[in-house]
Design a protein around this ligand. Structure first.
Ligand code: ADP
Ligand code: MG
Length: 308
């Protein structure tokens, strides 16, 4: 799902690498906390995933896409397939809660009807349906972060990355946001979350990857706890050998998150409009959100390095 193989990055002007031979493999549906002191390299690792930064050496594969082959002009399309949440929310200040979510779907090419159908369901998921007409400056920090999360999951990404999503929130609100992220993970989205918050890491008992000086110094696969200050011998990273083209047919777009607005006699409708004929058996492909026709064509082909 997310694969780093010996990734190194030195920012221009820096002596020490921000990422130093980092290898990391995150499986589908994992919930991973990335912890480490300020300057450890957490945000740089996240920026590698969004292709805001590129490595000096090493390989990164995200959702089956080898990032070496995502050309500049394809980066916006690639990013739209990821869910990204930031510590400062990055909402559009002149748009309402509803419009912030709708706008994200609009630029992803969703039709007006689909948007009108999807936005209320996603706002329901984050418990903000009753705030839909408010503007960001009329919301609390926790509510703003929930809008940002709604916006990022509305397109049903398979992968959601969040860089310090609770950094600006109080304790109670932090717990709410983490609960929400956990819910999203339970729906089948892979999560990578950086944090300084020891309590949430220890309470959740998920995988915890610790960084120090650009290196991964600890990787607790299950029931991980936050332990920054212990002297930890760097583990020899397992080298992951990935043949080019392997697994590249996978799409980044997730199984739909099952969201229902109200109890109904019908089965929970996926957020995305199924594209299959009514008689066709439910298949993974039939419930995927729309992707551009070019993207569709390319994913159908035999494995290729570049699929978007
Ligand atoms: P973290 O998110 O864990 O606090 P960062 O990834 O932001 O760490 O930073 C890792 C290292 O890279 C730090 O030493 C930081 O000073 C450096 N760094 C980060 N961004 C830049 C940049 N744009 N230019 C130069 N150095 C940077
Ligand atoms: Mg950071």
């Amino acid at each position: 799902m997310i694969l780093f193989d010996s990734v190194t990055k030195v920012y221009p002007g820096d002596k020490e690498p921000a990422l130093d031979d980092v290898s990391l493999h995150i499986e589908p549906n994992e919930f991973v906390f990335l912890v480490g002191k300020s300057g450890a390299g957490k945000s740089t690792l996240m920026k590698m995933i969004t292709k805001e930064e590129i490595p000096d050496s090493g390989k990164i594969i995200v959702g089956g896409i080898d990032l070496d082959y995502v050309k500049k002009r394809h980066i916006p399309g690639y990013r739209r397939r990821l869910g990204v949440v930031f510590q400062d929310f990055k909402l559009l200040p002149r748009r309402t809660v509803y419009e912030n979510v709708a706008f994200a779907l609009e630029i992803a090419g969703m039709s007006g009807r689909e948007i009108r159908n999807t936005v209320p369901k996603v706002l329901e998921l984050v418990d903000l349906l009753d705030q839909a007409r408010k503007f960001p400056d009329q919301l609390s920090g926790g509510q703003m972060q929930r809008v940002a999360i709604a916006r990022s999951v509305a397109r049903q990404p398979k992968i959601l990355i969040a860089d310090e999503p609770t950094a600006n929130l109080d304790k109670l609100t932090t717990a709410e946001i983490i609960d929400l992220l956990k819910k999203i993970n339970d729906f089948g989205t892979t999560l990578l979350v950086t944090t300084h918050n020891e309590n949430i890491v220890n309470n959740l008992q998920k995988r915890v990857v610790t960084m120090k000086g650009g290196k991964i110094v600890d990787d607790q696969k299950n029931g991980g706890i936050y332990k920054l200050d212990e002297a930890q011998a760097p583990q020899k990273p397992q080298r992951i050998i990935q043949t080019p083209g392997h697994a590249l047919k996978q799409d980044i777009v997730a199984r739909p998150i099952q969201i229902t607005v109200a109890p109904t006699t019908k089965p929970a409708a996926p957020v995305a409009k199924p594209t299959a004929k009514p008689t066709a058996p439910a298949s993974k492909a039939s419930s995927k959100p729309k992707v551009s026709s070019t993207a569709k064509q390319k994913t159908k082909k035999t494995p290729k390095r570049r699929i978007i």
